[in-house]
Design a binder for this molecule. Structure first.
Ligand code: HEM
Length: 460
C-alpha cells in the first residue's frame, strides 16, 4: 500500500532511514528529506514506517473532518504517561475528551479572556521590570528563557491562581524553575522515545529513572495547586474552578479527581511552551528586520497612544503586529507537526489507499513553505503575506499553526492575545538589537525554540 510513496534511498536493514539523521533534530531532518522527496514521503526508523505529508493539497485533504481525525501517536502518545486522558493526549473515543472540552471551552470565551487581561498585564510588568534592569546594566537578555518565565507565570496565574515566582529566581545561580526543568525533561524524553529503537531502549534506563522523577515532581506540584484551591474554598472562576466545580451543561457530570490532575498538567505545559517559542521567534524576526520593527512600533504608538495601560479591546487592534506573529508562526510553527488518521477506508490524493486507522504526520513547517500556497520565496519573512487581500487570495487549510478540526488548539485566542499584548508592550518600550553574529538555529524538544537567542535592548 505504501509502494507509491517515495522514501530516502539509503535504507539499512533494521535501522532504516536513520543515516545522516540526528536524534536531536528529527524535525529538521524530515524537512530536508521533504525538500528532496516532495509532498508525501515515508521514513522508516527501527521498523516503524511513518508517512509524512508536506504539501498543501494533501494536507487540505487530511483537514477534511468527514474523512480524517486527530491521531494520538508518536510524541503525543509518548506524553500519555504524563498527561493521560487530558485534553491534548486523549484518544478521540475517550468520553473524558468531550466532557472536558465542553466544561473548559467557556474558559476561553471573550468574557473569560477579558477577565485574564489584567493578570496578563501584571506578569508582563514583571518582565519589563527585569528587562529594564538588564538594559540599565548593559546586559543582553535571554529571550527564550524570559519568554518561558512570562508564559508559565501567565497560564499559572490566569488559569490556576498559582504563582511560580519565576521572575524572582536568579537563573545564573538557581537555574530554571524545577517545574520547567521537569517539563522540559518530560518533553525531551517523549521525543527521544520516538527515535530510539526498542533494541536500544536499555540505554534509556537512566533517562527513564529521571523521567519517573520528573513525572513525580509534576504530579506533586499539581496536587499542591489543587489542594491550595480546595483549602481556599474556590477562586475567581478560572480554569481550575471550572475543573473542580462546573458540571457538564447537559449530562451534569463532573471531571474526576485523577482527570483534573491530568488537565492541570496539560494546561500548564500546553499553555506556555508553544507560546514562549512563538514570542521568541517573533522577537528574533523583529530584531532582524528593522523596517518591520519600525512599522510595528509606529502602529503601537498610534493605536495605544498615551494610554498608560492598554485595555483588553486595544490588543486586537494591533493588526500589523498580529501579522508579524502569524508570519513567525508560519516559518516556525512551534508545534511543528500533527497526526491525522483515516476514519474509514479511503484514498489520499486519489492514489494512496489508507485503511481505517492508518495515519500520516502533517509537517506543518513544510506545509507553510509550499510554493503553491506561499509563492516562490517561502523562506523570506514578510508579514504582508497576512494582509487581508493576500489571505483572501490563498487556498483554505494552508496555515495550521494551531492544528485543525475538533481537536485544534483550545488556547488559540489565549495565546494570540497574550503574545500580541506582550509584543506591543515590549515594542512600545524598547528598540531591539540583534547580536551581530547571531544565526538562527532551532532547538527541538517536541516544540521549537530559537537556540541561544539573546537581544540587546535600548529604552525608546
Ligand atoms: C492543541 C498549537 C497555545 C492548550 C493544540 C494543537 C496544536 C496547538 C497544533 C493540536 C495538536 C494535535 O493535533 O495533536 C499551539 C500553539 C500555541 C498554543 C502553536 C501558541 C502559540 C496554547 C495555549 C493553551 C493550549 C495558550 C492553553 C491555555 C491546548 C490544548 C490542546 C491544544 C488543551 C488540545 C485540544 C484538544 O485536543 O481538545 N495546540 N497551542 N495551547 N492546545 Fe495549543
Amino acid at each position: 500500500l505504501l509502494d507509491r510513496i517515495p522514501h530516502p534511498p539509503r535504507r539499512v536493514p533494521l535501522i532504516g532511514d536513520v543515516l545522516g539523521s540526528n536524534v536531536r533534530t528529527p524535525l529538521q531532518d524530515s524537512m530536508r528529506i521533504a525538500a528532496e522527496l516532495g509532498p508525501i514521503f515515508r521514513r522508516k526508523a527501527f521498523g516503524k514506517e511513518i508517512v509524512f505529508v508536506a504539501g498543501a493539497e494533501l494536507a487540505a485533504e487530511l483537514a477534511d473532518e468527514s474523512r480524517f481525525a486527530k491521531h494520538v501517536g508518536l510524541g503525543v502518545a509518548n506524553l500519555r504517561p504524563v498527561a493521560g486522558d487530558g485534553l491534548f493526549t486523549a484518544y478521540n473515543h475517550e468520553p473524558n475528551w468531550q466532557l472536558a472540552h465542553d466544561i473548559l471551552a467557556p474558559g476561553f470565551s471573550r468574557d473569560a479572556m477579558a477577565g485574564y487581561h489584567p493578570l496578563m498585564l501584571d506578569v508582563a510588568g514583571q518582565l519589563t521590570a527585569a528587562w529594564d534592569a538588564s538594559e540599565a546594566a548593559g546586559r543582553t537578555v535571554d529571550v527564550p528563557g524570559d519568554m518561558t518565565k512570562l508564559t508559565l507565570e501567565t497560564i499559572a496565574r490566569t488559569g490556576f491562581g498559582h504563582d511560580f515566582g519565576s521572575f524572582e529566581r536568579d537563573f545564573d545561580k538557581e537555574g530554571a524553575h524545577p517545574f520547567v526543568t521537569a517539563m522540559v525533561g518530560a518533553l525531551s524524553f517523549a521525543q527521544r522515545r520516538n527515535v530510539v529503537p526498542p533494541l536500544l531502549s536499555p540505554l534509556l534506563r537512566g533517562a527513564e529513572r529521571r523521567n519517573a522523577a520528573d513525572r513525580a515532581y509534576l504530579n506533586r506540584t499539581v496536587d499542591e495547586v489543587i489542594a491550595a484551591r480546595r483549602a481556599d474554598g474556590g477562586g475567581p472562576g478560572d480554569l481550575l474552578d471550572r475543573m473542580l466545580e462546573v458540571a457538564h451543561p447537559e449530562t451534569g457530570e463532573h471531571l474526576a479527581p485523577e482527570n483534573i490532575r491530568r488537565q492541570v498538567i496539560t494546561f500548564l505545559v500546553a499553555g506556555h511552551e508553544t507560546t514562549s517559542g512563538a514570542l521568541s521567534f517573533a522577537l528574533h524576526y523583529l530584531a532582524q528586520n528593522p523596517a518591520v520593527l519600525a512599522k510595528a512600533q509606529e502602529e503601537v504608538d498610534r493605536v495605544w497612544g498615551e494610554t498608560a495601560v492598554p485595555a483588553y479591546e486595544q490588543v486586537a487592534k494591533l493588526r500589523y503586529l498580529r501579522r508579524v506573529l502569524d508570519e513567525s508562526l508560519r516559518l516556525w510553527p512551534t508545534a511543528p507537526a500533527f497526526a491525522r488518521e483515516a476514519v474509514a477506508d479511503t484514498t489520499l490524493g486519489g492514489t494512496h489507499p489508507m485503511r481505517r486507522g492508518a495515519w500520516a504526520l502533517v509537517l506543518v513547517t513544510m506545509l507553510h513553505r509550499d510554493p503553491a500556497a506561499w509563492g516562490e520565496d517561502p523562506e523570506s519573512f514578510d508579514p504582508e503575506r497576512f494582509a487581508p487581500q493576500a489571505v483572501r487570495g490563498r487556498p483554505a487549510h494552508v496555515f495550521k499553526p494551531f492544528g485543525t478540526g475538533a481537536r485544534a488548539c483550545i488556547g488559540r485566542q489565549f495565546a494570540l492575545h497574550e503574545a500580541t499584548l506582550v509584543l506591543g508592550l515590549l515594542l512600545r518600550r524598547y528598540d531591539l538589537h540583534a547580536e551581530p553574529d547571531y544565526r538562527l538555529r532551532i532547538a527541538e524538544r517536541l516544540t521549537l525554540m530559537p537556540r541561544d537567542l539573546r537581544l540587546r535592548l535600548t529604552r525608546r
